[in-house]
Design a binder for this molecule. Structure first.
Ligand code: ADP
Ligand code: MG
Length: 376
């Protein structure tokens, strides 16, 4: 992968694909982490004499739609860079300026089709291309893939670090390598579980994705979130996992998915009718925390329970605290896992907090990321 070290940008107009897909509430940015994460690359390019043309997507608009305008992002970036960021409403009328941001690339119908004509229109606006949008690198879109072949191109610092860190976990981890995998659906994470079956020393499973494992083994799951399509993959992973794979041995259950519902601690993993398993139990969380603290490398993706609800946050909190305390290399991926870390005030206590949910999982699964391959 080419990096910024291999790209001559002095006096050039550089098209930079960034991941500015931030959460908005009524036009207000509620978390600007993704914007801040791109700033080092943008500052490096500016200090090397480049003028910037930024390209990014926001949400999933169907055609041009003001509600998905990048204007609030341009304003926030302008504050962070201390420079004027001009928004270009149209590809046909891009203003001059040291830092210009194109409007949401998904306003263009060809963007998600990786349309070569659209890529040529992007390329005509710049002298070089930098991709720093790790969170979009698993998609072959015109601004992430096709355009990279049309200009001298390189990875930005964020994308470079994401790829190096995640590949490092697969290729040369400090041992023991511990994977902590949770979240809602086992089918989302099956590729990751399989990748770690081949490489990790321990795999700790939590979250609702446990229930297909339990159901396949004949346990009652009550009203727990339990994906039917997950039963077969869960059975397969459990068969292959042997001693490496650990599942919860106790749970916290609630009547409803709600913070003020009745709760009970279950000593075991059978969930009675009328109840749903919403967190791992105390014994499980303690056991997982101990393994995590002694790890050489930890990769964590997916919360241990419904951490958004206070009565069901303890398991995720204990895991998050153990990850933060571990002396090993600690890498956290996934939007909700990152939100959980932030909720507990621990986001700055891990080695690497990945900005890419889907992209980090696909990289761990060993899949080629089109946006990365295009920079080879
Ligand atoms: P990430 O974004 O970190 O990859 P996921 O999207 O896979 O994580 O899963 C996060 C979601 O899973 C959270 O919204 C959480 O509430 C939910 N979840 C975790 N455990 C349970 C459970 N036992 N029952 C219901 N929902 C759960
Ligand atoms: Mg999620």
């Amino acid at each position: 992968m080419r990096t910024l070290d291999a790209l001559d940008v002095d006096g050039k107009r550089v098209l930079v694909r960034v991941d500015f897909n931030v959460p908005l509430d009524d036009g207000r940015i509620t978390d600007d982490a993704r914007i801040r994460a791109a700033v080092p690359t943008l500052q490096e390019l500016r200090s090397k004499g480049a003028r910037l043309l930024l390209a990014a997507h926001l949400g999933r608009p169907k055609g041009r739609d003001e509600a998905f305008s990048l204007r609030p992002v341009a304003e926030r970036l302008s504050e962070l860079l201390g420079e004027e960021v001009t928004l270009a409403e149209s590809l046909d009328d891009v203003p001059d300026g040291d830092v210009v941001m194109l409007e949401n690339v998904r306003f263009e119908p060809g963007e998600t089709k990786n349309d070569p004509d659209l890529a040529r229109r992007y390329a005509a606006l710049a002298d070089a291309y930098v991709n720093d949008a790790f969170g979009a690198a698993h998609r072959a879109h015109a601004s992430t893939e096709a355009v990279a072949h049309l200009l001298p191109s390189a990875a930005g610092r964020l994308l470079e670090r994401e790829v190096a860190t995640l590949r490092g976990i697969l290729d040369d981890p400090q041992r023991p390598l511990v994977a902590v995998v949770g979240g809602a659906k086992v089918t989302d994470k099956i590729g990751v579980l399989e990748a770690f079956l081949a490489r990790a020393d321990r795999i700790l499973v939590g979250g609702a994705m446990c229930f297909p494992f339990f159901k396949a083994a004949g346990h009652a799951v009550g009203d727990s979130l339990c994906e039917e399509e997950g039963l077969e993959p869960a059975r397969r992973v459990r068969g292959a996992g042997g001693e490496k794979l650990r599942l919860p041995t106790d749970l916290v259950a609630g009547r409803e998915f709600s913070a003020d519902t009745e709760t009970q601690a279950l000593d075991g993993v059978d969930v009675p009718d009328g109840w749903r398993g919403l967190d791992v139990g105390r014994r499980t969380a303690n056991g997982y925390a101990e393994v995590i603290r002694d790890a050489g490398t930890v990769f964590w993706n997916g919360p241990m329970g419904a951490f958004e609800l206070a009565p069901f946050a303890a398991g995720t909190r204990m895991v998050a605290e153990a990850v933060a305390e571990s002396d090993g290399v600690t890498v956290v991926g996934g939007g909700d896992s990152a939100a959980a870390l932030a909720q507990f005030g621990l986001a700055d206590q891990v080695t690497h907090l990945s900005t890419g949910g889907g992209a980090s999982l696909e990289l761990i699964e060993g899949k080629a990321l089109p946006g990365v391959e295009a920079l080879a």
